[in-house]
Design a protein around this ligand. Sequence first.
Ligand code: NAD
Length: 296
Amino acid sequence: MSRAVAFLGLGHMGAPMAANLVTAGHRVRGYDLVPTLLDGAARTGVEPAPSAPDAVADADVVVTMLPASRHVLDLYDAVLPAARPGTLFVDCSTIDVADARTAHQRADAAGMRALDAPVSGGVVGAEAGTLTFMSGGGEAEFAEARPLLEAMGNKAVHCGGPGAGQAAKICNNMILGISMIAVSEAFVLGESLGLSHQALYDVASTASGQCWALSVNCPVPGPVPDSPANRDYRPGFAASLMAKDLGLAAAAARAGAVHTELGLRAAELYAAYAEHAGAAEDFSGIVRTIRDRSGE
Ligand code: NAD
């Protein structure tokens, strides 16, 4: 069934996601603060709207793909009064769990329905339509959003009530951040012991050290030809985004007094890396800071 979709936030992720909704036969009206992004989206069949409230006015579903919590909450305040009662708001941004619950409450209070649906898969997944969506909200809202999520991705998981999608996202990325540091430390330790990258890869990728950070996004060039290490750590998944997600996980852990020792340390290491060399590099480039600091 073709839906009228408002898509707010047409950046690295939002633009290809909106384009995939157009390809799937939906009518998409888009808005971004950056006029050139709106022009680019128009070339993929997205109808440019003059403002966010205008974009949502006749929408069945409003999808947001924005940088952070404050953008989502501010934009919800701006557009909720302009939407038709009962419109489904699907936020795909990665934001704090508590802020996601606030977004649900504000939508409910305005007579709307809401789903948090952050994604995994990066820009490559957004372009290919192979994202994984992690959703939080009611069963009916998830069922309604599902055809749209499946037009933009190849997997949509209903994780629970409001905020559960964001919770799944930051827990998954805490695993990923910690495991990338573990794999990177192992390669640097192996180097100092005279072990070749290929030898460690051949063992660990089929032994108990196997994980995505090793076998798909391998942080050293050679063993996995497509990994960002082979293109001087061009992302991929930028270290700045990993730092953001680990910061959200750390804040949630502190708020709940949960003892995530490695998660907190990973957040510190990625914050330092993103602040200096790594902001625009793939997050696997952290191997270079581990190597640089070794022998100090
Ligand atoms: P981006 O900065 O490229 O895009 C965000 C867009 O939102 C920008 O174009 C910005 O102009 C627009 N925007 C901000 N405020 C707005 C407003 N009030 N109205 C309309 N547009 C507004 O960011 P991105 O890389 O597309 O990431 C978006 C979200 O997806 C983030 O929460 C990020 O953490 C998450 N995410 C990104 C990736 C990735 O690989 N890039 C992967 C997974 C999740």
